[in-house]
Design a protein around this ligand. Structure first.
Ligand SMILES: Nc1ncnc2c1ncn2[C@@H]1O[C@H](COP(=O)(O)OP(=O)(O)OP(=O)(O)O)[C@@H](O)[C@H]1O
Length: 293
């Protein structure tokens, strides 16, 4: 399956080599008027690992994702993905380098599952508008290859049975899964997952955690995940970076982070200790939480 998902669909073109580059975030700073949302933040996502970016509300996690995906421009620092410097690039160029992002709030309400997954193939389309619109042989052949690939990705994430179903009819957990599959359809080397289990029930969370782990293990893709479900983070992450008030206050293995007094204090002390997205108290979102999966 790994080779299938990496298979180039553009005749004669290999979109990216087989190597998954290291993501090196170095001294990244983001400011909004008088507020410093990220203050010289550093961390490294090693190839083929799951790296979790955690921290209380307002810590700077989304701002960091927005820099990595080209939505925000950093005031300082660098983000290197292999040989490429990402901080000067627009979102579509970053996506073309193999960085795919999923979003916290699902916006998928139109079209079938297959339609939405085909959107993920957009950056890989080589035949051009004319060949596709006028149904020229090259365009048709490429469309067929993209559809095949969409079917393979759907099967990988367990959506093959609902490929022709409108997303609006799917349960919430499956819609989040479509969002993940759409990102996978971009043939990424690095997946940025923004709260992939937010709003899910326990069964859906367990299934999503398995899928994300499977993506790392079977495809070798790096995953950077922002997630408030600490049970899930601590079980699946190879490495964790902890932010608080825009600063990196800790990092390392899940075990190291859970024992770090500064991290525990950030979650349990101060005004940022309550998770405003869920209304949960700090205890339930602190890094030693034990909920499933
Ligand atoms: N576009 C913006 N304009 C002004 N301030 C912003 C903007 N985006 C984020 N901020 C501020 O930057 C800080 C970091 O916010 P950010 O959304 O990155 O945190 P977060 O860790 O993702 O929080 P959450 O877990 O609640 O999503 C916050 O104080 C926030 O209010």
């Amino acid at each position: 399956m790994r080779d299938l998902l990496r298979r180039p669909v553009r005749a004669g073109a290999t979109r990216h080599d087989d190597g998954v580059p290291t993501l090196a975030v170095e001294d990244v700073t983001v400011r909004f008027a008088g507020l410093t949302a990220l203050d010289r933040v550093r961390f490294t996502v090693e190839p083929g690992t799951i790296h979790a970016l955690i921290g209380p509300n307002g810590a700077g996690k989304s701002s960091c994702f927005n820099v990595l995906s080209g939505v925000y421009r950093a005031a300082g620092g660098s983000v290197r993905f292999g040989d490429a410097e990402l901080t000067a690039l627009p979102p579509h160029r970053i996506a073309a380098l193999g960085v795919a992002r999923t979003f916290q709030n699902i916006v998928l309400t139109r079209g079938t599952v297959a339609d939405n997954l085909m959107l993920g193939r957009h950056t890989l389309t080589g035949a051009g508008f004319a060949a596709t619109a006028f149904r020229l042989p090259r365009g048709l052949r490429e469309q067929r290859l993209h559809r095949e690939r969409v079917g393979e990705v759907a099967a990988f994430v367990g959506l093959d049975a609902v490929l022709d179903t409108p997303v609006s009819l799917l349960p919430y957990g499956d819609r989040k899964r479509v969002e993940l599959a759409r990102a996978l359809c971009m043939e990424p080397k690095l997946l940025l997952l923004d709260e992939p289990v937010a709003g899910m029930n326990t069964t859906e969370r367990v299934a999503m955690a398995r899928t994300i782990t499977h993506i790392r293990d079977a495809l070798g893709i790096s995953v950077l995940i922002v997630e408030h479900d600490m049970g899930m983070v601590m079980r699946m992450a190879d490495e964790v970076t902890v932010l608080d008030f825009g600063r990196r206050i800790g990092g390392g293995s899940p075990e190291t982070v859970q024992r770090d007094p500064a991290v525990v204090q950030a979650y349990l002390g101060g005004a940022s200790a309550v998770d405003t997205t869920t209304g949960a108290s700090a205890e339930s979102t602190a890094p030693h939480a034990e909920e499933a999966p």
